[in-house]
Design a protein around this ligand. Structure first.
Ligand code: TRP
Length: 324
């Protein structure tokens, strides 16, 4: 049983690409490992935001992820800013992090081009390293876009261990089988919440799901080779529909008898079947914030206990514990 940590940005809309790449995998991990999941509100401050709406986004992220299967009986779920040790460790780690490594991060380059050169964007990966190392996590489920940040986390862990004494395990990524979900209206781009019409949100109604799938771009296949739009529909079918349904349509495709008038409704139905209970549970949780509060309280208590114990040891190693 490994110690698992992952952070979830409170970004608002969660689409099926996010869902397949993240929480659906975590639901499996929590049956086999000791998992801690955090809504990383402090990380989200690096993107311009409206302070009044942050609280709702955090509640939304909690409700959505719990509704999608994160089970407070099996794993701990808490909000990052409620455990101040994250920020505290982050500072300690800045003192051993080479700026060159930070400046090489793709996300830093992209974001700072749009937002300007902010120290928060540069130091973002240090806070992420603090999240992970604070719990001595060994396994970190992330998408490919976070691999670079995890590499820096290992650099920092090694540097700490060689400077102050062996303490942190070097955390390894747990990559989900690459389900690259493309935009429904433009299969050349990734599905994204910033392109309307490209995504199906976890909160979409059955009618919206049916309509979006119906409008999905297919384009005809060249020489029996699947077009990107059709390939995307098959990716989704494989992820959401029962095996035999997927295989039936694959066979249709291979024998040249595939009908979109059959494939699309079947795909829409499979997505609706999986998302309906999630949507209902999410609405129920948001209507009863007391339940959410209790879950976060329990998760925070556990996180805080581990964080403060480890922090004591880290400070001792760094010579920060005062002995008179
Ligand atoms: N940077 C991650 C993302 O954008 C979120 C994150 C913050 C995280 N802290 C983490 C992920 C620790 C894994 C472990 O998706």
């Amino acid at each position: 049983m490994a110690k698992v940590f992952s952070g979830i940005q409170p970004t608002g809309i969660v689409h099926i690409g996010n869902y397949l790449g993240a929480v659906k995998n975590w639901v499996k991990l929590q049956n086999e490992h000791d998992c801690i999941f955090s809504i990383v509100d402090l990380h989200s401050l690096t993107i311009p935001y409206e302070p009044k709406s942050l609280n709702q986004r955090v509640l939304d992220a909690l409700a959505t992820n719990i509704a999608a299967g994160l089970d407070p009986e099996k794993s701990s779920i808490f909000v990052q800013s409620l455990v101040p040790e994250h920020t505290e460790l982050s500072w300690l780690l800045t003192t051993i992090t080479p700026v060159g490594n930070l400046e090489r991060m793709t996300q830093y380059k992209e974001k700072s081009e749009k937002q300007g050169l902010l120290a928060g964007l540069l130091c973002y990966p240090i806070l992420m390293a603090a999240d992970i190392l604070l719990y001595k996590a060994e396994l970190v489920p992330v998408g490919e876009d976070q691999l670079q940040h995890l590499e820096i986390t290992r650099v920092i862990a090694r540097k700490f261990n060689s400077t102050f004494g062996e303490y942190f395990p070097e955390p390894q990524p747990n990559l989900t089988k690459a389900t690259r979900v493309m935009a429904l209206n433009d299969p050349a781009c990734k599905m994204s919440k910033s392109i309307s019409g490209s995504y199906i949100a976890l909160t979409d109604s059955p009618e919206e799901i049916t309509n979006k799938v119906k409008r999905a771009v297919t384009a005809s296949d060249v020489d029996g080779k699947m077009s990107p739009g059709v390939a995307n529909l098959f990716t989704l079918l494989e992820a959401f529909a029962p095996q035999d349904v997927y295989q039936k349509f694959m066979k249709d495709f291979n024998t040249g008898t595939l009908k979109f008038s059959e494939l699309k409704p079947a795909l829409a139905e499979a997505i609706i079947t999986e998302l309906t209970p999630i949507r209902e549970k999410r609405t129920e949780l948001l209507a009863k914030p007391k339940i959410l509060e209790e879950i976060v309280e329990a998760g925070t208590k556990r996180a805080k206990k581990e964080a403060s114990e480890n922090m004591q040891e880290i400070k001792e190693l760094m010579g920060l514990k005062l002995h008179f």
